[in-house]
Design a protein. Structure first.
Lengths: 851, 329
């Protein structure tokens, strides 16, 4: 399975001449769909382009909302927008920018560029990317459409209860946010799984971790941050929706709930979220600066440490969004110190970029201009960030226009400027023609000046006493001219964006296979000659900037002299390599275009969006469609060892199918378990936090808790369920081909494990109900039943996966060698059992010990 | 040409500030909390400006200076020095300084402060003066009068959603959270009228939820308090008398005027509403005309507020009501 000997540098893996039909067969396997069949595309290049374009449309839409808001605020006591409309607009501006633009666009650029940059042909799960994109598009468009029905969320992008709970927001507005944005977060997590597995396992041979392009390091940290941060907001969303729909009082003080629980959960996500947005942009800058200066990046290793350090530290800062809530000063000091500390890794990157520019000669083309603009603006944002990390100063600045200024300096400065730099920089990768230098300078000038004119005065406006989220203000408070100037600046930004759009319309001609080429003379692999199949052959890498250090690489790759110069199985393929050293391990057969991701996404969207308007039966139908589509798509995966091991060149032969801990699907599953663990961990936090706030609603020393027989029985059932799955796994190992007795044992074990899992949940629910506990009675009841509700979600998924695995077995598609389906089910099963056991320990052990 | 553009883009807004003659409220403190915060603010702005200028110059140098002169910028040592050592030193110093100030702010506890309870409501402020035992001796709304130089202890809570009490001239803000009472201690240094506004989004009319803190010398404050504690004086002319009758018939469900049968608690206490600076939590100046307009059309002035528009009153009735209410000084 591993290489027999490393290829010598003088002989390339695949000798010339290449077989006559090799390229044609490769192109045939990668033929893209056309016309309306574009809906079936799964190639990362297509999905990446769709994704970026959609995200940019949302940017413009949310930007227009901002312009309308600025018109309303241009003069005091304005009547352009009434309070209801304005409150919906500012909520949507923030929500759309954060959830439908910022994270999607940086993720989309990764989807587009990473495979090429890593020397891979595609991401490891193309249909998952397609599904994530369509879910995002459909969900995002419908969500944005709520504005046109006057039904958009209006409680702020951060949706604080009690304002957003059922009593003060009885309409569907808040539900659009909770159900609409909630399921779009699934897209982000799906993308994160792809990116993690893609970066760690599909790199070109020889691209060891210390040769990984710095942008890929940034995206790796980005993806892990999504895995650890998003579950907190997903849980918070579930809790608030349950409170709204069924009156489970998580956030209602009278019944033992706490508004601050929401804030902790939301900001535990919310703070890493802004670094999730910033790090990919920093990664892009770290590629653009060396190219513009024509010299390698200075202090690469320090930057990698800085990226990881930022990612880690950013999880320890969230309370700085809550400095004014009355939390004790000692805790606040910790978060103040941490908030200051996080500037250090960003500072490292800053000075590394300056050092890099000093080492080379920066060509002041448009990408460099936007990078310089980014440096200036993000620096100011970082400095005001240090200011608001100082608690007493934040007590004045919090929730005022000073913060509006700060957040736009770091977000617009830290992501949008690099984004425009990236557009100008990577257009030659996507288009036959570059964008215009002249129009680019105008766009930059208007955006840079407009941005500072719009947002710098807001520092003063905030210090002058103007709070955030106000639809109007009184005359004569000293805010009038400041607001007018900000409005003028906003329109200057719009003019700059308009110039950019004109540039795109006039010069951008989408054509990846015939792109403008490596006009910037960059060193990374995405600038290799590209087809729909990405690179003709997968290169052997010996440097961080292969195009600079490996002479003739482009020509050799294009001639097919490296690994896998064609298609070994006749299908789309890419190379799976080891995580640390990128040694070839196996061939990953990739799916081609298909309808199932699109319809699965449509069904998922229908489920969540129809629930929002309380059309329950149509929603359930949508959900069923989604599940059926997903099962249909999964049915085509897990092909088993359907082909002999293939020769990829250089004397290396690799299998076409691998199961177990080395397989990409195992890695994806483990990543999903990390997400699940964080989701559960957030709920455990919620339980313990609510206990500290409202011990009065907790059962005192064992009274009102179900008798021990219930949790003991439930635990036993869970353990048995796991045992049955473990037994099935062993039985599976002994089967090869159909008709063996082992298959019967596998099926019986699966059939036994399913009801055991369900029964465990049933016993717990029954026990709580018998003890008289009700989820609507108090926050204690709500959180206890929530633990069961979460477990129930996993049980439901496992019922489907277990049933599906059984079906595979019955159809002869499951055996000791072909077992990826079973392994994925098994991983989730053991996790769900462990989760269930911990939940039982918490619910039945904690009150008895500490009550 | 490019560096000039960059410089212009950053400096132009700075010049704007120069053009503004008055310092913003946060930098023009009149209370001890705000005083200490303003000092920190100036240190932060000064330090931030210096760092910005230095780093910008470094970046400009890296891009534009002749190649030979930039050699010292090319080392990882520079990255470590500027990116790790300098921030650690500067931020540690800043942290120590600010923790010292935070400590001072937290420690400012006085034995017998003036106790006032402020409850955030959608979209106004219920203000109650408390005695040493915590009992209410006076209820008013949207205005907090305090004596200059004396420690005031504000107990902040909310009747409905999150709000935040912020009077920038005197102190930083503190949120009002359901199920909790947050205590804000402040002292006014100079007499004056200081505007405050709700600083936590609380729904439709968050924008029009302002209040005033009026700080006066000790004896003046005592006079004010004594006058406020008196019930409403009986009307002496027919117009306000008719106004009072109308009030008791139509407004008593929600409002209190001590000395009359009106004891409603849903809305603000109006016993001495005529003496207040504004109406509707800072939305309108306080005079008979605006008062009549508010009664007849509050939903047009502050849409979705909890008081319906009483548009069925005749002009004469409105004048009577407004006259009587204005007389409640």
């Amino acid at each position: 399975m591993t290489a027999t000997s490393p290829p010598s540098p003088t002989s390339l893996p695949s000798p010339l001449p290449r077989p006559a039909d090799e390229l044609a067969r490769l192109e045939a396997a990668w033929t893209p769909p056309t016309g309306w069949k574009l809906l079936t595309a799964v190639n990362n290049t297509y999905i990446g382009i769709f994704y970026i374009a959609t995200a940019f449309v949302f940017f413009i839409a949310a930007g227009i909302l901002a312009l309308l808001m600025r018109i309303q605020l241009a003069v005091p006591e304005n009547t352009f927008l009434d309070q209801g409309t304005y409150n919906q607009m500012f909520t949507m501006h923030g929500t759309v920018m954060m959830f439908l633009f910022a994270v999607p666009v940086v993720e989309a650029i990764g989807v587009l560029l990473l495979p090429n940059m890593l020397g891979a042909r595609d991401l490891p799960f193309p249909r998952l990317s397609a599904y994530a994109f369509w879910a995002y598009l459909i969900g995002g468009v419908v969500f944005f459409g709520s504005l046109f029905f006057g039904n958009a969320p209006d409680g702020g992008w951060f949706m604080n209860p009690p304002l957003t709970s059922y009593r003060y927001s009885p309409g569907a507005n808040a539900d659009w946010w909770l159900l609409g944005i909630g399921f779009i977060e699934i897209s982000a997590i799906a993308g994160a799984i792809e990116i993690i597995v893609g970066i760690l396992r599909t790199r070109a041979p020889g691209m060891s971790l210390d040769k990984l392009p710095i942008y890929a390091w940034a995206m790796l940290v980005f993806a892990f941050m999504i895995v650890f941060a998003f579950p907190a907001v997903i849980l918070a969303t579930m809790l608030l929706e349950l409170e709204r729909a069924f009156h489970w009082p998580f956030f209602i003080a009278e019944l033992g709930g706490d508004a601050l629980l929401w804030q902790h959960l939301f900001w535990f996500f919310g703070h890493p979220e802004v670094y999730i947005i910033f790090l990919p942009a920093a990664g892009m800058v770290s590629l653009i600066v060396p190219t513009m200066a024509q010299t390698p990046l200075v202090a690469y290793r320090l930057i990698v440490l800085a990226l990881a350090g930022t990612g880690l530290l950013s999880f320890g800062l969230w309370v700085h969004h809550m400095f004014a809530t009355g939390i004790p000063p000692l805790s606040l000091s910790f978060f103040a110190a941490a908030s200051m500390a996080v500037t250090i890794p960003s500072g490292i990157q800053f000075f590394a970029w300056i050092a890099t520019m000093a080492t080379g000669r920066v060509q002041l083309k448009t990408p460099a201009l936007f990078v310089l603009g980014f440096l200036a603006v993000f620096l100011i944002g970082g400095l005001t960030g240090v200011m608001v990390a100082v608690v007493p100063f934040d007590w004045q600045a919090h929730d005022t226009y000073f913060i509006v200024a700060h957040l736009h300096y770091v977000l617009f400065g830290g992501m949008v400027f690099p984004l425009f730099a990236a557009f100008y920089y990577w257009t030659p990768f996507l288009s036959r023609q570059q964008l215009s230098e002249r129009l680019g300078r105008w766009a930059f000038g208007l955006i840079f000046v407009g941005f500072n004119v719009a947002f710098f005065p807001m520092h003063i406006t905030g210090l002058a006493g103007m709070p955030r989220r106000v639809y109007t203000y009184s005359a004569g408070l000293g805010w009038d001219s400041l607001n007018l100037v900000s409005t003028v600046g906003a329109f200057l930004i719009a003019a700059g964006v308009a110039v950019f759009l004109v540039d795109v319309a006039r010069n951008f001609r989408l054509d990846v296979t015939n792109n403008a080429g490596n006009v910037w003379r960059a060193g990374t692999l995405e600038w290799l000659p590209t087809g729909n199949y990405s690179v003709r052959s997968i290169p052997l890498i010996t440097s961080r900037e292969p195009l600079w250090d490996q002479p003739g690489l482009a020509a050799d790759v294009e001639a097919g002299r490296y690994y896998l110069p064609g298609t070994a199985t006749g299908r789309r393929e890419t190379l799976l390599t080891s995580a640390l050293d990128a040694k070839p391990q196996y061939l990953l057969q990739l799916p081609g275009p298909g309808w199932t991701p699109f319809f699965a996404a449509a069904g998922t969207a229908a489920f969540f969006l129809l629930l929002t308007v309380k059309l329950v039966v149509p929603a359930l139908i949508g959900g069923v469609v989604a599940i059926v589509m997903m099962l249909w798509w999964m049915w085509g995966s897990d092909p088993g060892p359907n082909h002999a091991p293939v020769d990829i060149g250089g004397g290396i032969t690799v299998p076409v199918y691998v199961t177990g801990p080395a397989s990409h699907s195992w890695w994806a599953m483990v990543t999903l378990l990390l997400v699940s663990g964080m989701l559960f961990g957030s709920l455990v936090f919620s339980y313990l936090y609510l206990w500290t706030v409202s011990p009065r609603v907790w059962p005192a020393g064992g009274a009102g808790i179900p008798a021990p027989v219930y949790p003991l029985l439930a635990a036993a059932l869970l353990a048995l369920s796991s045992a049955a799955i473990a037994y099935a796994s062993r039985a599976l190992r002994t089967t090869v081909g159909t008709g063996h007795r082992g298959h019967t044992m596998v099926r019986i074990s699966l059939l036994a494990a399913l009801p055991l899992l369900v029964a465990a949940l049933g016993v717990e629910l029954y026990g709580q109900w018998q003890a008289g506990l009700r989820p609507t009675a108090s926050s204690y009841g709500a959180v206890v039943y929530m633990l069961s509700a979460l477990q129930g979600q996993f049980v439901l998924v496992l019922l489907i996966m277990g049933g599906y695995t059984l079906a595979r077995s019955w159809c002869g598609l499951l055996d000791g060698q072909r077992r990826a389906t079973f392994d994925n089910t098994m991983l989730l099963w053991h996790y769900a059992v462990a989760q269930g056991l911990v939940a039982l320990l918490l619910v039945h052990g904690f009150p008895r010990t500490f009550g | 040409m490019k560096p000039h553009l960059l410089l212009a883009g950053v400096l132009a807004p700075l010049l704007l500030i120069g053009a503004c003659s008055d310092l913003p409220l946060v930098l023009d403190p009149h209370g001890s909390n705000a005083q200490q915060t303003a000092r920190i603010a100036w240190v932060l702005f000064g330090g931030g400006t210096i760092i910005f200028v230095l780093v910008a110059m470094l970046a400009a140098f890296a891009v534009f200076a002749p190649v030979a002169g930039r050699a010292w910028l090319r080392h990882p040592r520079f990255v470590v020095g500027a990116g790790i050592v300098f921030p650690i030193v500067a931020l540690s110093a800043l942290l120590v300084y600010t923790l010292a100030v935070s400590g001072e702010l937290a420690r400012s506890r006085v034995a017998a402060p003036l106790r006032i309870a402020v409850t955030g409501e959608m979209w106004w402020w219920r203000v109650r003066y408390l005695d040493a035992r915590g009992e209410t001796v006076l209820e008013t709304a949207n205005e907090v009068h305090i004596p200059v130089g004396q420690a005031v202890e504000l107990s902040l809570d909310t009747a409905d959603v999150l709000h935040s009490f912020w009077v920038p001239s005197l102190s930083g803000k503190l949120d009002m959270i359901p199920g909790r009472v947050n205590v804000l201690r402040l002292t006014a240094d100079t007499p004056g009228t200081y505007r405050g506004q709700c600083a936590e989004f609380c729904g439709a009319q968050h924008a029009k939820m302002a209040f005033h803190v009026v700080a006066s010398a000790g004896p003046d404050f005592d006079l004010w308090l004594a006058a406020q504690r008196m019930p409403a004086a009986a009307p002496r002319t027919p117009d306000p008398e008719q106004g009072m009758t109308l009030f008791i018939a139509h407004c008593a469900t929600c409002h209190t005027v001590r000395g009359t049968p009106a004891v409603g608690r849903l809305g603000p206490d109006l016993t001495h509403v005529g003496s207040r600076l504004t109406l509707a939590a800072g939305t309108l100046p306080n005079n008979a005309g605006t008062f009549a307009g508010w009664i007849a059309g509050s939903q047009h002035i502050k849409p979705e507020n909890r008081m319906p528009s009483f548009d069925h009153f005749s002009g004469e009735q409105l004048v009577a009501l407004a006259t009587w209410l204005e007389s409640l000084r």
